[in-house]
Design a protein around this ligand. Structure first.
Ligand code: PRX
Length: 559
């Protein structure tokens, strides 16, 4: 696994910062003097992340500032911070009337719309733990997540709610439908539950290579991480119109779609629906978006549309960021050439709760690198014994513990949580990387079988479990197959039960089976029927690595 990194960077490849004044202009000095403890939120005895995100601004006299633009096809709605607070108060009243209290888990299964953001905040303001769910999830995916942490209340709408079978989620005492709530903003309840920094705030389910998705629990202490990275990495100023394209069911959509920008009092954009190049450029022009945080798949799709961007006025844009999957140098160079903007890559994970490796606006970018550690963060590239490897050597990407955003635990799974800390003093990410002499970190892949398709993390186990529930499927092995646009696509190798014969109709039926139960993004794009799957001799476990290797060999032979 450990090898010497290949490829050196020439100075002409390095993109210098755009002109302008940035808040963190002296990286080196800040790097050496930085302490999380110097941050105003870090030392608060009692805290509430939702209060800090919205109510504080109203109390400080910014209630009339626009908090959000909501774009849903032709519909355009704006809300001020005071109006968001009123909506949160309203949800707080309803949640408390339904006996939700500190520590209870409330799931929010809504499309990307203002109520989704408000419901998350209301849950957190009363001290309950918010579990936002991606709107693309289907029944089984939702049931599994709710059951794992025994959700008590679910907020959904009449359309998404149809995917849920109440019998399958016995811990849910109440289902609230958005349609029955949103139009009746009455006198709300300004209640705030003051909490310890380490009390639970947010739970995001995320996939690994083994087992069902794990509940990553974050604590209120994470707000200092969200706020500081929002200021220095996203570079939010008071006049900014900020757009993060991710749904709050993913950690990027909650931490950098909701908390970080609103902690810094930015006006955010909430766009209904998923990617469409024309709509996206149109939103930037129409709303004057200044900061834009998205993912490599989206940038690659925009690049594939060539000079479509030239039909739109994108002059407002000044800062562009990316996360979730490797950002190809080609895309960075294209954006620099065509948009005259650098794309700033960022690296972090659901478990880390916030940015750890970043390209600060004031620093040179080396295309192909994810950037350098955020101040206060120390990266180590470790060998199998947990020893730090020399610069330029590929190994396990680890981060010295601890920082405020780091997960509090994995719900009900202490042993899984401990696996991340198997080398004393380090958090082990599961990614492989190397670091150059200037401190820039270069992503080299995963150290496990996790799949990353369009920046969405997909666990092969979850897909395999769903596949073998189909009556025709005997066994399944699922891998990520390299793809030029999506990074990886989900590919399944299956064996059929003896009384089934392969046909296009059957394959499509199997694909739909997963699509209808888990999610469209998790359904295998390719399904290949094989006579047998490679397995370990002793335990008979399917060897995904071998399947992956075969696929790589096939691709390299055909190219
Ligand atoms: O493999 C890394 C990849 O996404 C994983 C984390 O996924 P998730 O928890 O869903 O969080 C996504 C966004 C916070 C990582 O282990 N990843 C994340 N950022 C990058 C990346 N791979 C390459 N380059 C990145 N910038």
């Amino acid at each position: 696994m450990i090898e010497k990194a290949k490829g050196e960077f020439t100075v002409s490849n390095i993109l210098q910062p755009n002109e302008g004044v940035y808040q963190l202009d002296d990286y080196q000095s800040r790097y050496h003097t930085f302490r999380w403890e110097d941050n105003e939120w870090f030392n608060k005895k009692k805290i509430n992340a939702a209060y800090e995100t919205i109510d504080r601004h109203v109390e400080e006299g910014h209630g009339e500032k626009t908090a959000l633009h909501y774009i849903n096809q032709q519909q355009h709605q704006t809300l001020t911070f005071k109006e968001v607070q009123d909506h949160v108060d309203h949800y707080v009243q309803i949640l408390r009337a339904n006996h939700v209290k500190k520590g209870d888990r409330v799931f929010i299964f809504l499309p990307k719309n203002p109520d989704c953001y408000v419901a998350i905040l209301a849950t957190i303001r009363i001290g309950a733990i918010a579990g936002p769910l991606f709107e693309g999830f289907m029944g089984d995916a939702v049931h599994d997540r709710i059951n794992d942490c025994q959700g008590k209340l679910l907020i959904t709408d009449k359309e998404l709610g149809q995917r849920i079978d109440r019998q399958q989620v016995p811990s849910i005492e109440t289902v609230l439908y958005q349609e029955d709530i949103s139009d009746q903003v009455t006198q709300g309840d300004r209640y705030v539950e003051w909490l310890d920094a380490d009390d639970g705030m947010l739970i995001h389910y995320t996939s690994g290579s083994t087992g069902k998705p794990k509940g990553v629990l974050h604590a209120h202490r994470a707000v200092s991480h969200h706020a500081l990275t929002g200021k220095w990495v996203l570079d939010i100023h008071d006049h900014d119109i900020y757009w993060c394209t991710s749904h709050p069911g993913w950690v990027t959509g909650s931490v950098y779609g909701l908390f970080a920008p609103w902690l810094n009092r930015a006006t955010i954009v909430i766009q209904a629906g998923r990617f469409k190049a024309e709509d996206w450029y149109q939103i930037i022009e129409q709303l004057g978006v200044t900061i834009w945080y998205s993912a490599p798949t989206a940038f690659r799709l925009l690049m594939s549309k060539g000079d479509l961007y030239a039909n739109y006025n994108l002059a407002s844009l000044r800062h562009v960021l990316s996360v979730g999957e490797p950002l190809n140098p080609e895309v960075i160079h294209w954006a620099f050439r065509e948009w005259h903007l650098r794309i700033h890559d960022t690296w972090w994970m659901t478990e880390t709760g916030g940015h750890l490796i970043v390209n600060l606006p004031s620093q040179p970018i080396k295309p192909g690198s994810m950037g350098r550690p955020f101040p206060g963060i120390e990266v180590g590239i470790l060998d199998e014994a947990g020893q730090v490897l020399p610069r330029g050597t590929v190994g396990q990407l680890a981060v010295k513990t601890s920082w405020p955003g780091l997960m509090k635990t994995i719900w009900n799974n202490e042993s899984k949580y401990q696996e991340y800390f198997r080398y004393p003093g380090w958090y082990v990410s599961g990614d492989l990387a190397y670091q150059d002499d200037d401190g820039y970190v270069f992503f080299q892949g995963r150290n496990d079988d996790m799949i990353n398709s369009s920046g969405e993390r997909i666990g092969p186990f979850e897909v395999e479990s769903s596949l073998i529930e189909h009556p025709a499927v005997a066994e399944a092995g699922v891998i990520g197959k390299p793809d030029p646009i999506r990074g990886e696509i989900v590919k399944a190798f299956i064996t059929l039960r003896s009384d089934y014969v392969v046909s296009n109709t059957l394959i499509e039926e199997i694909r739909q089976h997963v699509r209808k139960r888990l999610a469209a993004h998790a359904a295998p794009k390719e399904i290949e029927v094989v006579d047998q799957l490679p397995k370990t001799k002793i335990s008979g476990k399917i060897l995904r690595r071998e399947l992956k290797q075969r696929e790589h060999d096939r691709i390299s032979m055909s190219s």
